[in-house]
Write a protein that binds this ligand. Structure first.
Ligand SMILES: Nc1nc2c(ncn2[C@@H]2O[C@H](COP(=O)(O)OP(=O)(O)OP(=O)(O)O)[C@@H](O)[C@H]2O)c(=O)[nH]1
Ligand SMILES: [Mg+2]
Ligand SMILES: [Zn+2]
Length: 365
């Protein structure tokens, strides 16, 4: 990979704000500043070492002090950290995360994994060259909503379908994503990139399966070939997991982009709020059901079943909603059981993280 950091930072406050630093982070940092530490945004974590960007340029630092047995409390791409400068730079603390994209870890234990921290926009990347996978899009949107960031769906590879194909896919995806912008782009031709730039801001993360075109889109937005890409497999159109690390890269017009490795499975953690946002169309119908606790199965005067009969709602979507809610509830129960057996200082940390998240959400409402 080429170095994305060809020009050293000039004025420190200016360069930090292009990376997402603001007054509220500054206030949280006061204690660290008084201790002689400097703010650093984590761009990549690799076996305990962290690449960061600071006001005076890139710094590679030790991350042992910000790595914990529970992955949710370990340093992650997008974190703001307090860095002790010097010949052996070290990250000594993490600022509370404003948003965090958290999935259930792949092994389905009660552990969770943070995919990216302090994200403002989550781009769910969907390839137009592959059949639509509704369940995957809904899962990614649930993670995105639950993080507190703004979700956007990008349909990539628009050059591989005709106009009718693109508009049919857009309509189908819009029905899965109430309240979410859906933008068609082509990393190959550059089509749609300006539309995308108008709907994302700040820190933007690209999420999606391998081969969807995340890194190609990243390069198009960066205006440089910074991320490696490779052909999908001819046999089944799946990607080759080319991107192996989450990587934060500054965008030319300000703001930053986080490219991520292709997601294999997307386990939902305790994300009931996010799930409800994704399926807000069903929630809206449900308000007109005769019974407040209607399960939308065979109850009389069920507005959700009426919508299915009228062709306004796909029965598959109702099934997927139920499945995600169940998964979220099970994850919540596992998390409760695990947490109740943990040391109290860790509980306090979790509460602090949640409080920070909810403060941000309330500000957004
Ligand atoms: N025709 C066309 N091909 C594209 C477009 N975007 C990506 N591709 C191709 O799709 C393949 C996969 O693209 P990548 O950008 O590597 O996909 P990725 O999502 O980063 O995949 P992983 O890193 O494995 O997760 C490459 O061969 C790209 O050239 C596009 O807009 N149009
Ligand atoms: Mg990639
Ligand atoms: Zn009902």
């Amino acid at each position: 990979m080429n170095s994305p950091y060809s020009s050293p930072a000039s004025s420190s406050a200016g360069s930090l704000s292009a990376l997402g630093w603001d007054d509220s982070f500054e206030a949280l940092f006061a204690e660290h500043a008084a201790a002689g530490l400097v703010p650093a945004r984590v761009t990549r974590v690799d076996r305990g070492r962290c690449d960061t960007l600071t006001a005076s340029g890139p710094v590679r630092a030790a991350g042992a002090a910000v790595t914990s047995a529970d992955p949710v409390h370990s340093v992650c791409t997008g974190d703001w950290a307090a860095l002790r400068p010097g010949p052996d730079p070290e990250l000594v603390a993490l600022l509370p995360r404003r948003t965090a994209i958290v999935r259930a870890s792949a092994d389905r234990t009660s552990h969770q994994q943070v995919l990216a921290a302090n994200v403002d926009s989550v781009v769910v990347v969907v390839s137009l060259a592959m059949p639509l996978n509704e369940a995957r899009i809904e899962r990614l949107l649930a993670l995105a909503w639950d993080s507190g960031a703004k979700p956007v769906v990008v349909l990539t590879k628009s050059d591989t379908v005709d106009e009718l194909g693109a508009s049919t896919a857009s309509t189908a995806v819009a029905a899965l994503a109430p309240g979410v912008d859906v933008v068609a782009t082509s990393g190959a031709s550059g089509a749609g990139l300006d539309d995308l730039r108008t709907v994302v801001a700040g820190t933007t993360v690209l999420l999606g399966p391998s081969g969807a075109g995340k890194s190609t889109l990243a390069n198009a937005l960066l205006g440089r070939e910074l991320m490696d890409t490779s052909e999908v497999r001819a046999a089944d159109g799946k990607g080759r997991h080319t991107t192996a690390h989450r990587e934060l890269l500054p965008l030319p017009g300000g703001g930053v982009l986080i490219d991520t490795p292709g997601l294999r499975g997307i386990g939902i953690q305790d994300a009931a709020d996010g799930v409800d946002r994704v399926f807000s169309d069903i929630e809206t119908y449900a308000r007109d059901c005769a019974f407040r606790d209607c399960e939308h199965r065979s109850e009389p005067d069920c507005a959700v079943q009426d919508a299915i009969v009228a062709g306004a709602l796909d029965v598959g979507r109702l099934d997927r909603y139920r499945k995600l809610l169940r998964e979220s509830e099970r994850a919540a129960a596992r998390g409760d059981a695990r947490r109740s057996g943990k040391r109290s200082d860790e509980k306090k940390q979790i509460t602090r993280d949640l409080r920070a998240t909810y403060r941000f959400r309330n500000r957004q409402l």
